[in-house]
Design a protein around this ligand. Structure first.
Ligand SMILES: NC(=O)c1ccc[n+]([C@@H]2O[C@H](COP(=O)([O-])OP(=O)(O)OC[C@H]3O[C@@H](n4cnc5c(N)ncnc54)[C@H](OP(=O)(O)O)[C@@H]3O)[C@@H](O)[C@H]2O)c1
Length: 250
């Protein structure tokens, strides 16, 4: 199992676009068969499946809206089509903009539902059915501090952070549970590359990352057999900014 992911069946949620797409494509390039989960982006999911099949590996697409509880039975459904599953990558997420003044219970609960409960349910079913393999949860580097303009979102990711630690302990020795905490990677909807460039100064490495950086971390985790409970911050050091902006000039 160690060293290569060739021939492994990997489910990536929210895989039709953006970071999820890059993860799925890069794992396929390494020889994995990919189950592409999507909610609305069917056309992109189909196009990605064709591209992946063109690499000589298998691809399946599966739709589910996690806000509608469609994580129920989802692992069983995907495993039935793929034959088995060796890993799941919980990448799908909502990103709602609410500061403390605007936070509502609905927004908070919605974020916890989609960004923490759905990955938890998928992981729990994976453990129950597959007995062994990898779970990777995609977190957010900003859980190291606060994101004052996305409070519900960050609370959802904080819940997922804690659940990831707990299940890493509980699901051993056969299911390895790890997470990736991306920093500045892609602009949110309505923002462009210029927005990211303006934020680059907040990163110790003074630049933002690319989806490929997240895909590389996923590959690293999947190749390891002695890693569980790890949070890999793929963020140019941004999670350390809680320490301030560097040593005092004195
Ligand atoms: N972008 C960044 O720079 C950044 C930074 C830190 C952390 N992250 C984390 O990295 C991951 C990927 O980021 P991203 O920006 O690529 O994500 P994204 O584009 O915001 O969302 C990924 C996918 O999630 C799916 N999704 C949304 N609501 C859903 C629901 N109710 N049920 C099922 N699927 C749903 C959507 O699928 P459809 O399109 O098919 O509807 C969407 O394409 C996320 O977990 C995010 O929190 C990203």
């Amino acid at each position: 199992m160690s060293g290569s992911i060739k021939g492994r069946n990997i489910l990536v949620t929210g895989a039709a676009q953006r970071i999820g797409r890059e993860i799925a494509l890069n794992l396929a390039k390494e020889g994995a068969n990919i189950a592409i989960h999507y909610r609305k982006s069917e056309e992109d999911a189909v196009a990605l499946a064709r591209e992946i099949e063109g690499l000589g590996v298998k691809a399946w697409i599966a739709r589910a809206d996690f806000e509608q509880n469609e994580y129920d039975g989802f692992i069983e459904r995907v495993a039935a089509v793929a034959g088995t599953l060796d890993a799941i990558i919980n990448n799908a997420s909502i990103f709602t903009q609410r500061n403390l003044a605007g936070l509502t219970l609905y927004d908070l609960v919605r974020n916890i539902h989609v960004n923490a409960w759905a990955p938890f349910e998928l992981g729990r079913d994976f453990k129950k059915m597959m007995k062994r393999g990898h779970i990777i949860n995609i977190l957010d580097s900003r859980t190291s501090g606060y994101d004052w303009s996305h409070v519900g979102y960050i609370m959802g990711k904080l819940v997922l952070t804690e659940l990831t630690r707990m299940i890493a302990v509980d699901y051993g020795p056969d299911v390895l549970v790890n997470s990736i905490a991306p920093g500045l990677i892609l602009p949110p909807p309505g923002k462009d590359e210029e927005f990211l460039k303006r934020m680059d100064r907040t990163v110790p490495l003074k630049r933002h990352g690319a989806p490929r950086d997240i895909a590389d971390a996923a590959l690293f985790i999947l190749k390891s057999e002695f890693l569980t409970g790890a949070v890999i911050h793929v963020d140019g050091g941004m999670h350390l900014m809680d320490y301030g902006h560097g040593p005092h000039p004195d």
